[in-house]
Ligand binder design. Sequence first.
Ligand SMILES: C[S@@+](CC[C@H](N)C(=O)[O-])C[C@H]1O[C@@H](n2cnc3c(N)ncnc32)[C@H](O)[C@@H]1O
Length: 181
Amino acid sequence: MPELIGVSGGPTKPEIIAVSLFKLDIKDGDVFADVGCGTGLISIEATRLAKNLKIYAMDARDVAVDAATQNFKNFGIENAEVISGESSEVISNLEKVDCAFVGGTKNITAVLDALIEKGARSIIVNAVRIETVVRVIEHMKKRGIYDETVHIIASRSEELTGETYFKPENPVYIMSGKQKQ
Ligand SMILES: C[S@@+](CC[C@H](N)C(=O)[O-])C[C@H]1O[C@@H](n2cnc3c(N)ncnc32)[C@H](O)[C@@H]1O
């Protein structure tokens, strides 16, 4: 496996990716939006779960766009387009979206509105700040797409003086929205 090029804020931890992508329920042929793609790892993992995806990976930071572009090249991901810009505007210019993972939550209500407008049937949002969690739940409820929130607290084994202890990861909230297509 090639080594993933990192950026601040990423990559998303494997346990969070596992739960998020399970709940996303991505299907063969889907148009998938990786919103605030950072390293692009979510898109890379999504290609292992479904065939013939069309992926739009977007981020407002040049450093993330460059990292995702290089990571896709290194991992042989040919079905992903990396787009630089504010996600709510990028999504507005897409023809349609079937499902979306939102890892970057700036302007989150506008991002959710754009995804709903494009017909997304499944939207998963990751957040660590409680104010963002409340904003997402309230807006999903207002738009009639709220499904549920899962709060994940994981810890990973680390060696300590030849023995094993568990180092806690940051807790993450995973919000899920579903819409009929
Ligand atoms: C926590 S990181 C995402 C990590 C990523 N899932 C990974 O595995 O590498 C959040 C990213 O979202 C981007 N971001 C946040 N809000 C955004 C927005 N409204 N539009 C575009 N990018 C955004 C940030 O620039 C940042 O790179």
